[in-house]
Write a new protein. Sequence first.
Length: 181
Amino acid sequence: MQVTVTTRHINDKNQNKMLKDYAIKKANRLERYINEEKDPSEVKIILSCEKFRNMAEILVNDGRVKVNASVEMDEMHAAIDGVMDIIIKQLRRKSDKKIRTKRRANSKPAEIAEIKRNINNENSSNNIHREQLDSKPMSVEEAKLQLDVAEKGFIVFRNTDTGEMNVLYRKRDSKAGLITP
């Protein structure tokens, strides 16, 4: 990581050197968020003083990520700290975004379906019990035989004659009822 510090309108050489050293020391915090192995990176820090305004500006160019920020405060050390916090926040947001998209791409479709099912179940009313049933293709006569054997009071099937979904259920008077769309 190449760090360049430029000062403008700071006449005291001792203060100039101290501010440059302080800025370089703070710029080392950025190494955690910049990947130098893939692309060369550069950090430009511009410190300027105009009357009673102290401004710190940072430009970070990491091949694939470009971020910049500037802060104006009464004291130069506070301005450097403030601009570093802003840049770190921006770099962290960019790196977290890349991690989230990679994780999203690597998740399996079955896991996604399970998550959607759980979300739908959480959003639905607490009084409704949801259950997924397999619909088997059969005729109405076969469904009636299956209903006699089944533990539940109904059976869902795909009618082989019409190709539509039907529900055959047991009425209170021991007769069967058929629901068709």
